[in-house]
Design a protein around this ligand. Structure first.
Ligand SMILES: Cc1cc2nc3c(=O)[nH]c(=O)nc-3n(C[C@H](O)[C@H](O)[C@H](O)COP(=O)(O)O)c2cc1C
Length: 417
């Protein structure tokens, strides 16, 4: 059930999860994961307003039910950039999956493949792109780029990912510096498991570093010229999406530089606190992009926890909808099967919503009727705030071994190099 990497406990569970909804995962995962690791994943930045609002803001939109439409047996099959998918739910890129499970990104990729979902892998992954290729062969997958200041590093990452069967890139532009994440400061979080690309590049970098230290080595200025350069290295036919767009102006800058798509994301509320919920800005961005001469695909993530959230995002202009934290919890609790269970749960809820709205296909969902009634979604404090934190459970599986010494750094506030 648990193995240790330099004293850090990693789950080895492999089982389907008996889910009622995705919200239950947050509590269950605490029993198999150390406190600092849980808070690294669960928390947002500053007051966590954006983190909270990401999910709450879906309530600004109401799905108009349809009756008398005879739409039994709906299907969530869809195509995206030439890939056949069984679901519009996508695995958004997450760093250091080894925090959740010994098989890390390999199991996430397997779970995504089993569910027929698009998988994406982070530059800060523990496993190598070759490990993932070995495990899943030809599955649909993109690679996420955290741009380094060093273009030799960027070139290596892009080339290796393409060789290992990744067919496109997400260039993340909202994280040139880490958001102010208080939970990491409180728990002195540093990456406990080595990160494959950094290991290959410089031997051992990544492990034992704080989030702020990692971001300090990445490019602090990303502009349209970088998108062009990535396209030159990758080849003009390789799609490059810009991840972290929250306004039409940035969407058009990306399009102008040759981007093939955008991901409307605020990094799950981990970067700029006070940034709008992605679902609130999606309609405006989609209207501008879809009515322009450069209609490019749009992906939305941040705060998606329900089939109805997926439905609303698609109906408001997204082509795919990404999830982050829930699959990492599913990974800890059930490995590849756990990840598959999480995607299946969202798909199950989505299918019900489709039937209740007379939608037979994902294309129908994209034309479903949504009402907008705005009201404040800011309620209560966040569940990771010290004022509401319950005592963290102590179990055999969530404790560090006594000789754990994998850190060489104090976690610090976000600082530029
Ligand atoms: C623990 C954690 C690590 C993340 N690491 C990355 C990363 O390496 N690259 C990236 O582009 N986004 C990263 N993200 C952001 C996700 O890709 C995604 O935008 C976000 O998790 C979506 O919000 P959700 O968790 O509410 O579903 C990370 C998110 C979390 C929770």
């Amino acid at each position: 059930m648990t193995v240790y990497y330099k004293g850090f406990p990693q789950s080895t569970r492999e089982k389907k999860l008996n889910l009622v909804n995705l919200n239950q995962l947050e509590d269950e995962v605490k029993y198999v994961m150390p406190e600092a690791a849980y808070y690294y994943i669960a928390s947002g930045s500053e007051n966590e307003w954006t983190w909270r609002n990401n999910t709450q803001a879906f309530n600004h939109f109401q799905i108009v039910p349809r009756a008398l439409t005879d739409r039994s047996n709906p299907s969530t099959d869809t195509t995206f950039m030439g890939m056949d998918l069984k679901t519009p739910v996508m695995i958004s890129p997450i760093a250091c999956n080894g925090i959740s499970h010994a098989e890390a990104e390999v199991d996430v990729a397997k779970g995504a493949k089993a569910a027929g979902a698009l998988y994406s892998m982070s530059t800060y992954a523990n496993k190598s792109v070759e490990d993932v290729q070995k495990a899943v062969g030809e599955s649909p997958r993109f690679f996420q780029l955290y741009l380094s200041k060093d273009w030799d590093f960027n070139r290596m990452v892009i080339t290796d990912a393409l060789k290992a069967g990744f067919s496109g890139f997400f260039l993340t532009v909202d994280a040139t510096v880490s958001g102010y994440r208080e939970a990491n400061l409180r728990t002195h979080f540093t990456y406990p498991v080595p990160l494959a690309f950094f290991n290959k590049w410089s031997g051992g970098k990544g492990e034992g570093q704080s989030v702020a230290q990692m971001y300090a080595s990445s490019a602090q200025k990303i502009g349209p010229e970088d998108i062009k350069k990535i396209k030159e290295i990758a080849g003009k036919d390789v799609p490059v999406f810009v991840k972290g767009v929250e306004c039409a102006e940035d969407a058009f800058l990306a399009i102008g530089a040759g981007a093939d798509g955008i991901v409307v994301s605020n990094h799950g509320g981990r970067q700029l606190d006070g940034a709008p919920a992605t679902i609130d800005v999606l309609p405006e961005i989609a209207k501008e992009v879809h009515h322009s001469d450069h209609r490019i695909p749009i992906i939305l993530d941040s705060g998606v926890r329900r089939g109805s959230h997926v439905f609303k995002a698609l109906a408001l202009g997204a082509d795919l909808v990404g999830i982050g934290r829930p699959y990492l919890y599913g990974l800890a609790l059930g490995g590849a099967l756990g990840v598959e269970s999480v995607i299946e749960q969202l798909n199950k809820e989505l299918l019900i919503d489709m039937q209740l709205t007379g939608c037979k296909t994902i294309e129908d969902v994209k034309h479903a009727k949504i009402d907008h009634i705005s009201y404040s979604a800011d309620w209560g404090v966040s569940s990771t705030s010290p004022s509401v934190r319950k005592p963290y459970p102590v179990t055999k599986e969530n404790q560090l071994e006594k000789d754990a010494d994998s850190t060489d750094a104090e976690s610090g506030a976000s600082e530029h190099e």
